[in-house]
Design a binder for this molecule. Structure first.
Ligand code: TXA
Ligand code: MG
Length: 340
C-alpha cells in the first residue's frame, strides 16, 4: 500500500483522569478511519477501528508490519466481545473475570464480520481489555473495538512512552495521546484458547501458574521448541522481535570478563546488569531493578537509551531461569535473535 505522510498531533492527557477533549478528538480520528497511538498498562498501542478494514490496513502500512502477523483487538468491556469473537468459551469467561482489565490477550474464534486484515486472514482473534484509563476512555468514546499492535516500527522495541512512539512513527500516524510512561513495560501475555490444552503463545506479566490456577494445565510455546514438534503458533513468535538497533547479547556469569574483552577491542558497550558495577571508559552501565516487575517496567526504556547513545553492542546479564523472570527472559532472547 502506498504510504502518505501525515502530520502527527501530540496531545497530553492525564492518566489518572483523562480529559474529555483530547479523548473526543482521538475518538473522532478513530471513527474517521485514522490511527491513534495511546498508552495501555503494558506498552503504547497503535489503534484503529477494528471493524473498518481500510483503517486496520493502515496500521500495517504505518508500522511496516508483515501482513501475516495478526493484531490484538482491544475492548472496553465484556459487552464488546461479541462484536469481534464468534464465541466466548468458559475458560475465556473465567480468565477475563479474573484478569481483566489487564495484560492478558485471549485467542478465540473470530466473528465472520471482523475484517480478515485484523487477524491476518486467520480464523481466530486475540482480544484483551487493557487496564488503563486513557485506553478505556478512547475505546468507549470511539464506540468500537480497537485493533492495536504495539506502536513501533515492525520488529523494533515496543514503546513505553510517547517519545518512543514518535521516534518510530512521527509523520506516519494521526495522533499520539501522551499519558506519560507505561507502568508494566512488557507486552501482554497471549493465550490461545482454541486448542486443547490451551497454549501460551507469549509470556507476559500474567504468569502461567496464575492462568493454570484458573483453568488447569496449559502448554508453554516458547522459542527453541524443536522444529516440527508444534505447529507455528503465531508469526510474531519466531522472528527477531523487540530488538534494539545495536546487536544484543545475553551473557551469564562471564559478563565482567566479556565486557572487558570487548571494551579492549575498542567497542563501546552498553551493559544491562542488576548489580552495581563500576563505570569505565567505553562501557555505559544501566543498573536495572532486581525485582522482575521493576525490571520489566524499565527494560525497553533502558534499551532505547543505549541505542540513542550509539553503543556498538548491548550485553545483558541474564536474570535467573525462574517463572517470575519468564517474560523478561523471553524478550531478551528475542532481542538477541540474529535473523530477521
Ligand atoms: O500488551 C500488548 O499486548 C500490546 C498492547 C498495545 O496491547 N500489544 C501488542 O501487540 O504487543 P503486538 O501486535 O505487538 O503483538 C501481538 C502478538 C503478536 O505476537 C501476534 O502474532 C499475536 O499477538 N497474535 C495476535 N493475534 C493472534 C491470533 N489470532 N493468534 C495467535 N497470535 C496472535
Ligand atoms: Mg509488537
Amino acid at each position: 500500500m502506498a504510504f502518505l505522510p501525515v502530520k502527527t498531533e501530540i496531545l497530553r492527557v492525564s492518566s489518572g483522569a483523562p480529559e474529555a477533549e483530547p479523548i473526543a478528538r482521538g475518538a473522532a480520528i478513530v471513527r474517521g478511519g485514522g490511527l491513534v497511538a495511546f498508552p495501555t498498562e503494558t506498552v503504547y498501542g497503535l489503534g484503529a477501528n477494528a471493524l473498518d478494514a481500510e483503517a486496520a490496513a493502515r496500521i500495517f502500512a504505518a508500522k511496516g508490519r508483515p501482513g501475516n502477523n495478526p493484531m490484538i483487538v482491544h475492548v472496553a468491556g465484556a459487552e464488546q466481545i461479541h462484536t469481534v469473537a464468534a464465541d466466548w468459551p468458559a475458560p475465556a469467561a473465567r480468565l477475563a473475570e479474573r484478569f481483566w482489565p489487564g495484560p492478558l490477550s485471549l485467542v478465540v474464534r473470530k466473528r465472520a464480520e471482523l475484517p480478515a486484515v485484523v487477524t491476518a486472514g486467520g480464523n481466530t482473534v486475540a482480544v484483551r481489555m487493557p487496564d488503563h484509563p486513557i485506553a478505556l476512555a478512547l475505546i468507549r468514546a470511539a464506540g468500537v473495538p480497537l485493533a492495536a499492535p504495539s506502536a513501533n516500527r515492525s520488529s523494533r522495541l515496543s514503546p513505553t512512552c510517547a517519545e518512543h512512539v514518535l521516534h518510530d512513527l512521527d509523520g506516519r500516524i494521526d495522533m499520539v495521546l501522551d499519558g506519560g510512561p507505561t507502568a508494566g513495560g512488557l507486552e501482554s501475555t497471549v493465550l490461545d484458547l482454541t486448542t486443547s490444552p490451551p497454549r501460551l503463545l507469549r509470556p507476559g506479566l500474567i504468569p502461567p501458574s496464575a492462568i493454570e490456577a484458573e483453568i488447569g494445565p496449559i502448554i508453554l510455546v516458547l522459542r527453541g521448541v524443536p522444529a516440527g514438534e508444534l505447529p507455528m503458533p503465531s508469526p510474531g513468535m519466531l522472528e527477531r522481535h523487540y530488538a534494539p538497533r545495536a546487536p544484543l547479547q545475553c551473557v551469564g556469569d562471564e559478563a565482567e570478563s566479556y565486557v572487558e574483552k570487548l571494551r579492549r577491542a575498542g567497542l563501546h558497550i552498553g551493559w544491562l546488569t542488576r548489580n552495581a558495577t563500576s563505570e569505565r571508559p567505553g562501557v555505559t552501565v544501566r543498573v536495572m531493578p532486581s525485582d522482575p516487575a521493576g525490571y520489566a517496567a524499565e527494560l525497553y526504556a533502558a534499551l532505547h537509551s543505549l541505542d540513542d547513545e550509539g553503543v556498538d553492542r548491548i550485553l545483558v546479564s541474564m536474570p535467573p531461569d525462574t517463572e517470575e523472570w519468564l517474560a523478561v527472559r523471553d524478550r531478551l532472547r528475542r532481542a538477541s535473535a540474529k535473523n530477521k
